[in-house]
Design a binder for this molecule. Structure first.
Ligand code: ADP
Length: 260
């Protein structure tokens, strides 16, 4: 009976190990699939503007376009497409750095009041262009983090609030302390997001309205970057949204962050 017991223990341990190995393999397989999907999507997203730039350049080169207004329009389209490509490449680089958990993230004591003022200065011209009014309310909070990452997170949420809005719309940014945590809430009274899209919008390259996103220079990567940054700080995102009424993204970041 003693030997029988031993055999039982050995077989249970072996089965547990086999189970763990299987889970590990599944995880690796899933990561591989996600990576492949990302590269194939990114290549596709780049191919489209490259084809269009080439098309306009060829037409201009052939000399058939003589009308100055049409020429100007083609050049404007080329410039817009190259801007889109630059946005896309910057976002891809940002994601790959976040995924590699880059060691060179510079932590400092970030004071949120001046950071938010600086963010507003850079987004106000865009808001004015789309006739959206920006509002802010910021408690004097400081957090040990990377100013660059926090700027990126807030900029992405605010620019979405502007992009997916209508003339006369509003975007409210509120930063507050909750115990040692910091909460960043970005609310808008724009087009809102349907329930079935609410989880999916954090996926890379997922857009509800691709045409609208592209027209506004969107890459489909903004919210995935926001999610990555929040997770980098062990934070989380909550979303409340109603189609036709607006959306509210609330990001909570635990305080007392230390360099990892
Ligand atoms: P994009 O570059 O397309 O804006 P994001 O990852 O930032 O990419 O957002 C993904 C999609 O989620 C957008 O294409 C849009 O459909 C939707 N979305 C994001 N923010 C908002 C918002 N504030 N209001 C309505 N829809 C939004």
């Amino acid at each position: 009976t003693y030997k029988y017991k031993e055999l039982n223990v050995i077989s249970a341990t072996t089965m547990k190990m086999a189970e763990e190995i299987r889970e590990h393999m599944d995880r690796l397989e899933k990561e591989k699939r996600i990576r492949q999907e990302f590269f194939s999507n990114a290549s596709h997203e780049l191919k489209t503007p490259i084809t269009s730039v080439r098309g306009y350049a060829e037409l201009l080169d052939q000399g058939f376009v003589t009308d100055e207004a049409v020429k100007k329009d083609f050049i404007a389209r080329i410039l817009k497409e190259t801007d889109n490509m630059t946005n896309l490449i910057n976002d891809i680089l940002m994601i790959s750095r976040l995924e590699a958990k880059e060691a060179e993230v510079t932590y400092s004591t970030v004071r949120m009041v001046p950071l938010l003022t600086e963010i507003f200065e850079s987004v106000e011209p865009i808001a004015a262009e789309y006739q959206v009014t920006l509002h802010k309310e910021c408690e004097p909070v400081s957090i040990e983090a990377s100013a660059k990452q926090l700027r990126e997170l807030i900029m992405n949420l605010v620019s979405n609030g502007i992009k997916y809005n209508h003339p006369g719309g509003n975007v409210w940014v509120e930063i507050s302390a909750r115990g040692t945590d910091m909460c960043v809430r970005v609310r808008d009274d724009g087009c809102g997001i349907r329930k079935e899209d609410q989880d999916r919008i954090f996926e890379r390259f997922y857009r509800v309205d691709k045409g609208r996103s592209k027209k506004m220079g969107g890459t489909g990567l903004g919210l995935s970057i926001v999610k990555h940054i929040a997770e980098y700080y062990n934070g989380h995102i909550e979303l409340e949204s109603e189609p036709g009424k607006g959306s509210c993204f609330a990001v909570t970041i635990p305080g007392n962050q230390t360099k990892s």
